[in-house]
Design a protein around this ligand. Structure first.
Ligand code: 0GY
Length: 293
């Protein structure tokens, strides 16, 4: 049963007014279950509403998106079966980011690669579960780097100082989820966000997803407090930004965003055609479909 205080994804998102460029990638979305076929992990911290691959692909088509990057969420633990099943059904139009243990066998990594996985995710949010020790994660990163994969990291802004040496030691591209979760009540030019942009300036491995305004906002839709942060990142690091819906928006308790409205925010965060092309097509393609379309 889904958690009682949970919201399920928007039942009928609007058709966006913003026309996505051809080949646009949703670089952050999930599949959940369905639980009957793909049970949630016993150690999970929440039970979501089921969100199937068919529902994800229908949303993709409705929003004018060409491809998905499906990210393993903590409710499925290290069992990537639902993710792999979705990748295999996507006809080449989805790639994946898995969660695996440091003890995973090379043969298992290889079969995830064949299924379309191109990255591993390390989450450092206590409310989602405990991360493996950093030396083990570094060893794992070195192994996946050999496959041409990268690492996706999820943390909140107050963990950045402690995590910076680790992020800089990763031997591959690094993709930071949700802008490094800045606190929107702090200034864009304040010390916390500047620390993050300074890291990106210094270290060209680091990429960032300008995603999740619904989770970061303190004022609600249409997320006017979050837009300036996203736009700043897009304009400052045009070749290292990615965009995603975060559908089906796990752990949202205040409100559920309309995914069509999230698409309509894109011209506000990437105001030119060239920035939109980089954000939505060229950057995610380089990481997830380096061989080309
Ligand atoms: C997100 C955000 C969250 C959850 C997870 O793995 C997860 O369970 O990523 C969150 O609760 O902030 O990226 O989907």
């Amino acid at each position: 049963m889904m958690d009682k205080n949970w919201l399920c994804f928007h039942p009928a998102p609007k058709k966006p007014a913003f026309p996505m460029p051809a080949g646009a990638v949703d670089a952050h979305c999930h599949v959940f279950g369905p639980a009957e076929e793909f049970p949630y992990a016993p150690e999970r911290k929440y039970t979501p509403c089921d969100a199937s691959k068919a529902q994800l692909f229908a949303l993709r088509d409705h929003l004018g998106i060409a491809r998905n990057v499906i990210v393993q969420a903590s409710c499925h633990g290290r069992d990537n079966a639902a993710l792999v099943d979705a990748l295999q059904a996507a006809d080449g139009r989805a790639r994946g980011v898995a969660v695996v243990g440091p003890d995973i066998l090379d043969a298992e990594l290889q079969s995830l690669h064949i299924a379309g996985v191109r990255g591993v995710r390390f989450a450092f949010l206590k409310r989602l579960g405990k991360a493996a020790p950093k030396p083990e994660l570094l060893k794992l990163a070195a192994r996946v780097a050999k496959l041409g994969w990268h690492v996706v990291v999820y943390f909140e802004a107050d963990a950045l100082i402690e995590l910076t040496p680790f992020l800089e030691a990763l031997p591959c591209a690094v993709v930071v989820d949700h802008m490094g979760r800045p606190d929107m009540r702090k200034a864009l030019d304040g010390a916390d966000f500047q620390r993050f942009t300074a890291l990106m300036r210094r270290n060209k491995n680091i990429h960032v997803k300008v995603s999740c305004p619904e989770r970061l906002t303190h004022v609600g839709p249409p997320y006017s407090d979050v837009i300036p942060y996203a736009r700043h990142l897009v304009e400052t690091f045009p070749d290292r930004v990615l965009w995603g819906t975060d559908w089906p928006h796990p752990n949202m308790k205040s409100h559920m965003p309309d995914d069509g409205q999230l698409v309509d925010l894109i011209p506000e965060i990437a105001p030119t055609k060239a920035l939109q092309q980089a954000l939505l097509v060229d950057n995610p393609m380089r990481l997830y479909w380096p061989e080309g379309a």
